[in-house]
Design a protein around this ligand. Sequence first.
Ligand code: ZN
Ligand code: ZN
Length: 325
Amino acid sequence: MEHQDFEDIGIIHGSPSSDNLKAFQTEYHAPIWSGEKRSGALPITQRRSSMFRCLLRAGNSAGIMYFLIVLSLLFTSAFFYFGPAIYDADELHFRRMYGLFMVFNIVMNYILIIVKAKDSVYTQKSTSALCGLPDQSWRFCAACSHDVPPRSHHCTLCNGCILKQDHHCFFTGVCIGFYNQRYFTMFCFYASVGTGYSLAVMVEYVHTVHFNLTGSNVTQLILPVVAVKTFMGSATWSYLGIVVLINLAFGTCLMTCYFWTWQLLMIYRGQTTYEFHRGNITFKNKPMANFRSVFGSFWFLNILAPMVCFQNRGNGIDWGEYKYV
Ligand SMILES: [Zn+2]
Ligand SMILES: [Zn+2]
């Protein structure tokens, strides 16, 4: 944002109109200036926060693209290229059924993470139907200009306070909060199983078609080793492409497995990632109650498919004895 932008909204020259000031305050969450003349440059903290927001938005788009491209690439190559080359028709049919089940769960959970993210954004309307709220455990959010429930936190990218905010997920572009944590957890589980399966198929393909992967031959799967060999002319570019896919599958499988186990741990403890890093464990409940709060009744059925019919226990607003520290 340059000097010109200030002039455009009438802040620098003369007395600013109330509409102009409101527009400025709404966009940058800055305090309203009292009419004195300011120097032309944008305050450095606002310039930095504006740049930081641009970087976050770029990260958001890159994360979504990365995940969608990598998952589609791994699944299509495992099921339509590597699989047919090493399995007979009967086995291939069975494996494709299994793959369809995984892809269904990955896609449905991914869509529901994004769709249900809107429900986790706190609005004052959310409270109007509830009695006895708010109380002293609520905080004032300067960006939203109203009181927000305990365990909710403001996200500049999602532009609101997120109920029981866990973290902002750059792979889906939305915050993980009270209403979509269940879908995020199951998405990570199936993405981990799916990429692990693709990895196994590709390694078996290399073992069957290229090298007997025993002893020192295992190094034929390590990307830097194969890249050097390719540039020196002792490995083909197509084999390098296979090794790139294998390494992508390995990295994505590890990452999603980590996210999944972390979410299970947080749900078990009745804590969010945000609270874990700040050490404010003041909300205690039994582990099974925590799982029902996230996944609803019959929470274990979510392993089969996203159970949209079983609502989360609670409302994400009233946390009883919880106190924000
Ligand atoms: Zn807020
Ligand atoms: Zn967010």
